[in-house]
Design a protein around this ligand. Structure first.
Ligand code: FPP
Length: 247
C-alpha cells in the first residue's frame, strides 16, 4: 500500500518503539474477555510491522510483555504466551518474505520453554534478513535491564577487565539488551495513558513521545503514519537552541 505522501522519506526515524496498550479495555468495551483483546491486537501488530517496513524504518521495537505483566492472572499470562508462540510460528514465513529480522530483548530465560524455543527458532530463521529488525520486548523492564548491566560492569571491574575511569555512556550502552540497536527517536504509546512504564528508560533519553487515545487493537497503518508525520513536524534540539539546530 502507498505510504502517505506527507511523509518525508529523508527524515524517517531509524528506530520506532511502541508501547502497545489497551487490549483489555478494548475487549471490556465489547463485553468480552481480555484475551479477546490480545487476539485482536495481533492484527495491529501485523499492520504496524508491515507499514514500518514499507516506509523504510530500520528498527521497530514492540513492548509485548513486561516484567510486571507476570503479576497478571495466570490464565491471562498463559493465553498471552500461547498467542505469542502461535503468532511467531505463523508469521515467520511472512517475516522472511518481507526480509524482516526478528529479535527479542528481556529476561528471556523466564519465558515458558515452548515460547523460548519458538522464539529462538524464529530468530535463527530470520537472522539473515536486512530490511528491518523487529524487536519484541518480552519479560522486559528497563530497571531489570539496568540492574543486569550494573552487575556485569561491577564484575568486570572486580576482575580487572574494566577500569572504573573508563566507564562512560558507551560502556553502559554496551551492556544493555539493545546493544547494536540505535536509540529510538520516536516512542508511541496507545490507549491514552501517558506513561513510560519501565520501557527503554536509558535509550529514550532524547526520543520524541507520541501518545494516541486509540486502543491497541484499533491502531492501524494510518495511525502509525500519523505518528511519523507528527514526529517529522517537531524540532529536535538535543539541548541546543533553535537557531543552532536550523543553522
Ligand atoms: C497491553 O494491553 C497489551 C499487552 C500487555 C500485550 C500485547 C500483546 C499483543 C498485542 C499480542 C501479541 C503480540 C505479539 C508481538 C505477537 P493491556 O492488556 O495492558 O490493556 P489494558 O491496559 O486495557 O488492560
Amino acid at each position: 500500500m502507498a505510504i502517505d505522501n506527507r511523509i518525508d522519506q529523508k527524515k524517517l526515524p531509524k528506530h520506532v518503539a511502541v508501547i502497545m496498550d489497551g487490549n483489555g479495555r478494548w475487549a471490556k468495551q465489547r463485553g468480552k474477555l481480555r484475551t479477546f483483546g490480545h487476539n485482536k491486537g495481533v492484527k495491529a501488530v501485523r499492520e504496524t510491522v508491515e507499514c514500518a517496513a514499507e516506509m523504510g524504518i530500520e528498527h521497530l521495537t514492540l513492548y509485548a510483555f513486561s516484567t510486571e505483566n507476570w503479576n497478571r492472572p495466570q490464565r491471562e499470562i498463559n493465553a498471552l504466551m500461547t498467542l505469542l508462540v502461535k503468532t511467531i510460528n505463523k508469521e515467520t514465513k511472512t517475516l522472511n518474505d518481507n526480509n524482516i529480522r526478528l529479535n527479542a530483548i528481556g529476561d528471556l530465560k523466564s519465558l515458558p520453554k515452548s515460547c523460548l524455543k519458538e522464539l529462538n527458532e524464529a530468530i535463527e530463521n530470520t537472522k539473515g534478513n536486512t530490511r528491518m529488525t523487529l524487536t519484541l520486548a518480552l519479560s522486559y523492564s528497563s530497571r531489570w535491564e539496568l540492574v543486569e548491566a550494573v552487575k556485569t560492569i561491577a564484575i568486570n571491574v572486580k576482575t580487572g577487565k574494566l577500569d572504573v575511569d573508563s566507564i562512560d555512556e558507551s560502556v553502559v550502552d554496551d551492556h544493555l539488551c539493545t546493544l547494536g540497536i540505535p536509540d529510538p527517536e520516536l516512542l508511541i504509546r496507545t490507549s491514552g495513558e501517558q506513561r513510560i512504564s519501565n520501557f527503554l528508560l536509558w535509550q529514550i533519553a532524547y526520543a520524541e513521545l507520541y501518545f494516541t487515545d486509540k486502543l491497541w487493537p484499533d491502531f492501524d497503518r494510518h495511525d502509525f503514519e500519523a505518528a511519523i508525520i507528527d514526529y517529522q513536524g517537531r524540532e529536535r534540539r538535543f539541548g541546543k537552541i533553535s537557531e543552532q539546530v536550523s543553522a
